[in-house]
Write a protein that binds this ligand. Structure first.
Ligand code: NAG
Length: 311
C-alpha cells in the first residue's frame, strides 16, 4: 500500500473516532509506515486499531495482550470486501477471539442499520472460534466490514487477506471522502439503501426520479399523502452516530421542488436514504462537499427542531 494512502486512511480513522466520540482509542500508538519484511516482499502489519482500504495480506501479531482490537475495512462505493483468515494462532479456550462483522460498529451502533441490512443481525457476525464458522472467504454485503479481535498471549496472531469484488447493485454505502458525487439506483427491489457521509456536508440533489413522480411533476396523490405515505421517497438524515434508524430526519423528498435541491447538514454523519416499494425504478443523484468550520451550526442554537440544520 502506498505510504500516502496509508497516512490518509489513518487520518480518516482518527477523525472518525474523535468526532464520533471514541477519543479514548486515539492514544493507540500509530506509526504511519508499513514495515518492510525480507528483501522484496511487502508484508503489512496491522495495528490493534486500524483502517484498511486496500487489498493485500495483513498480519497481526500481538506483542503484548491486546484485549480490544478492531480493523475497519472500507472499499469504493461499488465494491464489496472479501475477507479470509489464515495462519491463525490464537487460543479460543483462553478467551481469545476473532470476529468478522458485515458492516461497521461504532459506539454500539451498526451500519447498515438492522432495518436496512439484508441479513438478520446474528448472521452478520462470523466467529472464528465458533464450531459453525464457515471455512474460506467471507464476503461483505456493502463496501464496509470489520474485524474484532482479542489476543492474550504475545506472539499469537493471524493473517487477514483482503480482496475487493465488484458490486453491481450497491445499496448501503459508506463514503470514504467528505466530497464527491453518487447516483443510487434501485430497480424494482423492496430495499432501503443508505449513503452515509461521516462528515458535516452541503448536499446538492442533482436528479430525483421515483417511478411514478418524475422530477418537477407534483402528483396530487403525493402531495396529499406526503412522502412517507407514498412508499418511494428519499430521506435526508443527520445524526452523530452511524445507525440510520436512530438519526434525525432533516427532509423527505418525493419530488424535486425547485427550492430544495441544496442543504447544509451540520451533523457528524449525513445520510441520503432511498426508500423503495419495489414497484418502480428509483434513482437519486447528488453531490456533496465538506462544510467549512465557519459554516457549522453554533452549539447554543441546537434545539431539537433545528438539530444539525444550518442556515
Ligand atoms: C424501508 O423503510 C421504511 C421506512 O423506514 C419501512 O417502513 C420499511 O419497512 C422498510 N422496508 C424494508 C424492506 O426494509
Amino acid at each position: 500500500m502506498p505510504v500516502s494512502t496509508r497516512i490518509h486512511m489513518l487520518f480518516l480513522l482518527i477523525s472518525l473516532l474523535s468526532r464520533l466520540g471514541l477519543g479514548r482509542y486515539i492514544e493507540v500508538r500509530i506509526s504511519p509506515f508499513p514495515m518492510l519484511a525480507c528483501c522484496c516482499i511487502y508484508k503489512h502489519f496491522a495495528r490493534c486499531l486500524d483502517m484498511l482500504a486496500t487489498e493485500g495480506q495483513f498480519t497481526f501479531m500481538a506483542t503484548q495482550p491486546q484485549l480490544a482490537c478492531a480493523a475497519f475495512l472500507i472499499g469504493e462505493p461499488s465494491e464489496v470486501i472479501s475477507l479470509e483468515l489464515s495462519d491463525v494462532n490464537i487460543d479460543c479456550s483462553a478467551g481469545d477471539f476473532i470476529k468478522i462483522f458485515d458492516g461497521w460498529v461504532l459506539k454500539g451502533e451498526k451500519f447498515p442499520s438492522s432495518q436496512d441490512h439484508p441479513l438478520p443481525l446474528r448472521q452478520r457476525y462470523t466467529d472464528y472460534c465458533s464450531s459453525s464458522a464457515p471455512g474460506g472467504a467471507i464476503l461483505s454485503s456493502q463496501n464496509v466490514a470489520m474485524v474484532f479481535f482479542r489476543i492474550h498471549s504475545p506472539d499469537s496472531g493471524f493473517t487477514l487477506t483482503v480482496e475487493k469484488k465488484h458490486n453491481p447493485l450497491p445499496c448501503n454505502i459508506m463514503s470514504q471522502s467528505p466530497e464527491g458525487s453518487f447516483t443510487m439506483v434501485m430497480p424494482h427491489h423492496h430495499w432501503n439503501c443508505s449513503f452515509s457521509i461521516i462528515y458535516p456536508v452541503e448536499l446538492q440533489l442533482t436528479e430525483l426520479s421515483l417511478g411514478q413522480a418524475k422530477s418537477n411533476e407534483l402528483s396530487p396523490q403525493v402531495l396529499w399523502r406526503g412522502c412517507t405515505g407514498s412508499g418511494d421517497y428519499v430521506e435526508l438524515l443527520g445524526g452523530n452516530g452511524v445507525d440510520t434508524s436512530k438519526m434525525y430526519p432533516m427532509a423527505d423528498l418525493c419530488f424535486s421542488p425547485s427550492g430544495l435541491t441544496q442543504m447544509k447538514m451540520g451533523c457528524d454523519n449525513s445520510v441520503v436514504r432511498l426508500v423503495s416499494s419495489g414497484n418502480y425504478v428509483n434513482r437519486v443523484s447528488f453531490r456533496y462537499r465538506l462544510l467549512g468550520r465557519d459554516e457549522l451550526p453554533q452549539a447554543a442554537e441546537n434545539s431539537l427542531d433545528d438539530f444539525c440544520t444550518v442556515e
